[in-house]
Design a binder for this molecule. Structure first.
Ligand code: GTQ
Length: 359
């Protein structure tokens, strides 16, 4: 074996040299001491840069419509105002793992077809009758509908109505960024051809059945449209039994019917109904959550800060910060988070009710 005489060696010990000198000595070797950073890496509780934040729809909407004067959907590819967390300016994140934005599509416009590694949800806040096409099938968009465009599915959006359509986009952009796994492809035409009738995926997968011999091609739900009318009816039917959870009211998860799991591997979606006058106990979990007010009004208290909630507002709750809601009117809240992937990784935790010692 060759001698190691040509390898650089540490200089002889010099007791006058400080720790700082030592750190300088090892820096060129791309090494740094753990003990200087350990307590900020491994914290006793989640430490988040995410700040609670409310986007009031009546404040945001005029600027969103103004974006329609600034650029077309075609030129922009997607005409979206990003809802950027004030704790992380310039990072296009609403939480540390998720992206959100409000997308506008005007009468006659098409947001051209593409597919990407990022998974997306659309939660419709305004308009009726525009569409999102997903892998050859069009889903109609009305207020309160949830539409999925899972990873690597072709999707384009079109508005053949007379009114603007607006929806909340939720994507796992920061997760894909962290893994450095982004790919995108543009379809040769603006609109992909319609190859399946509307309702085709719901017929196959939306009736507690599946095509015989079906083998899932991905971890995402093959049902890509969850209409408001359907889930609101379910909530209204359930409320008759008065089964209010002290933290959640009446809360349901949108699921992938193939495995009962979250609708997409990286994004979990929920809806909850709080009856008029109901106030929840405080609740916190490690899954920072984005809420959209579907119906009604009320209040959210996040940490110490109270926010009035009105229809179509968006609010973000950071990881491990307690939130409680009260309903001034029957309150319906849609929300999404990375809960499912945290659970898969064994990281998810929650705390229901007041924390010990907090009174
Ligand atoms: O509609 O495909 O908000 O690709 C960001 C990226 C929406 C979309 C966004 C996108 C889309």
């Amino acid at each position: 074996m060759a001698a190691t005489t040509d390898q650089p060696t540490a200089p002889p010990r010099d007791h006058n040299r400080t720790r700082e000198d030592f750190y300088g000595d090892i820096a060129p070797l791309n090494m740094t001491p753990l003990w200087e950073v350990m307590s900020s890496l491994i914290t006793p509780e989640p430490v988040s840069r995410v700040k609670p934040c409310l986007w009031r729809y009546d404040e945001v909407r005029p600027w969103l419509l103004r974006s329609g004067d600034v650029i077309s959907a075609k030129e922009a590819e997607r005409r979206v105002l990003i809802l950027e967390n004030p704790g992380m300016p310039g990072e296009s994140k609403i939480t540390n793992s998720l992206y959100a934005g409000l997308q506008l599509i005007l009468p006659g416009e098409v947001a051209p077809s593409h597919r990407h590694a990022q998974s997306a949800l659309r939660f419709i806040v305004e308009g009726e009758g525009a569409y999102t096409a997903v892998d050859g099938e069009r889903a109609s968009m009305s207020r309160g509908d949830l539409i999925l465009t899972p990873s690597w599915t072709w999707h384009d959006h079109g508005n053949e109505t007379e009114e603007p359509t607006v929806w909340l986009d939720g994507l796992d952009i920061p997760i894909v960024q962290a893994f450095e796994t982004s790919f995108v492809e543009r379809y040769p035409e603006d609109s992909q051809p319609v190859s399946r009738p509307s309702g085709d995926s719901a017929a196959r997968f939306g009736h507690n059945m599946r095509p015989f011999g079906y083998v899932a091609a991905s971890g995402a739900s093959p049902v890509f449209s969850y209409p408001y009318a359907d889930y609101r009816e379910a909530l209204e039917q359930m409320r008759a039994r008065d089964e209010w959870d002290v933290c959640d009211g009446l809360k349901m998860e949108f699921i992938n019917p193939i495995d009962g799991g979250p609708v997409m591997p990286t994004i979990s979606c929920f809806v909850q109904l709080l009856p008029k006058g109901f106030a929840t106990d405080p609740y916190r979990s490690t899954a920072a959550s984005v809420y959209s007010v579907v119906d009604g009004e009320g209040e959210a208290v996040i940490g110490e800060q109270a926010y009035d909630l009105h229809e179509r507002d968006v609010i973000v709750v950071p990881s491990w910060v307690p939130v409680r809601f009260s309903a001034g009117d029957d309150l319906v809240l849609f929300s999404f988070s990375d809960r499912g992937i945290q659970q898969k990784l064994g990281l998810w935790r929650e705390q229901r009710g007041h924390s010990p010692g907090s009174g």
